[in-house]
Design a protein around this ligand. Structure first.
Ligand code: CP
Ligand code: NVA
Length: 308
């Protein structure tokens, strides 16, 4: 069974094959109306369940479109409307869904839900974001960087703000794809030690900086994300905003990085909070390419999982 649970749990050769396939599938359908099926439809006769226990725009629409373009069908399910949200165990849900569908993508809260689903499902399970990581996003981000600027290997990626789930997947990717990472944020929101340890164990350099301007010097890629993730308590909003304000990505901060640096954000963005509109809509921003590339990267992830 080939699941896609995290970037550090997937073989480097497989990660590279996924990116290569994503690039060629994207090129092959360039300019076609979005609803046109791909020339090759490997998911024909396949049903994919897309389960959401948290809101989503990009993940929901890109997975749904990706399956359709590859000739398959989808069932979009809200965790709340399923027995999953009303006491049936994850293991039983996994066993039951495996009798109906060919693959499961799940967005959930605690990582244990994803891991239990993968343990008991007899079909591939894909991580569509947990409180801890967001691997599909970072596959799209690497694809986006590389199609604009060549290999990410050896580049300097600077993460600003909260060391959250998306940051964790970036650290996993630093280890697997061989780029260096600098984190700049308040110490209380540092990324998890395990992800830092993984990146370092693979030879990536990981630095922690408290000074945003110093952190972005020489950066090739600058990344940030919301200051309050879906799993964070609303009551933490004011405190987090106060702690994170010095790490806002604005034009002044970008000028310390140089003209060649590019900007990414997984979206949804909170304009004028973690990033200004001037940067989001500016010439260095790749945010909408990233959003598009969720589609292409995930199509290749799904093919990898199904061996098609
Ligand atoms: N970036 C991302 O995963 O967006 P959604 O929450 O809209 O799916
Ligand atoms: N860190 C954000 C990412 C959203 C795609 C969250 O978990 O809410």
């Amino acid at each position: 069974m080939t699941h896609f649970l995290d970037i550090h749990k997937t073989d480097v050769a497989d990660l590279n094959n996924i990116l290569d396939q994503a690039k060629s599938m994207k090129t092959a359908r360039a300019g076609l109306p979005k609803g046109t099926p791909d020339a090759d439809t490997p998911l024909a006769n396949h049903m994919v369940a897309l389960i959401f226990e948290k809101p989503s725009t990009r993940t929901r629409v890109s997975f749904d479109m990706g399956v359709r373009q590859m000739g398959g069908q989808t069932m979009v399910l809200s965790g709340n409307d399923m027995q999953l949200g009303h006491g049936e165990t994850i293991a039983d849900t996994a066993r039951v869904l495996s009798r109906y569908v060919d693959m499961i993508m799940i967005r959930t809260f605690d990582e244990s839900v994803l891991l239990e689903m993968a343990e008991y499902a007899s079909v591939p399970v894909i991580n569509g974001l947990t409180d801890r990581s967001h691997p599909c996003q970072i596959m799209a981000d690497i694809l986006t960087y590389e199609e604009n600027h060549g290999s990410i290997k050896g580049k300097k990626v600077v993460w600003l703000g909260d060391g959250n789930n998306v940051c964790t997947s970036f650290l996993h990717a630093a280890g697997q794809f061989g780029f260096d990472m600098t984190f700049a944020g308040p110490s209380i929101l540092d990324p998890e030690d395990e992800a830092i340890g993984f990146a370092r164990s693979k030879g990536a350099s990981v630095s922690i900086e408290r000074d945003a301007e110093k952190a972005v010097e020489g950066a090739d890629l600058i990344v940030t994300d919301t200051w309050l993730s879906m799993h964070d308590k609303q009551s933490a909003r004011e405190r987090r905003h106060n702690l994170l304000r010095p790490y806002q990505v604005n034009k002044d901060l970008m000028s310390h990085a140089g003209d060649d640096a590019v900007f990414m954000h997984c979206l949804p963005a909170h304009r004028e909070e973690e990033v200004t509109s001037e940067v989001m809509d500016g010439p260095q921003s790749l945010v909408f390419d990233e959003a598009e590339n969720r589609l292409h990267a995930q199509k290749a992830v799904m093919r990898h999982c199904l061996g098609l």
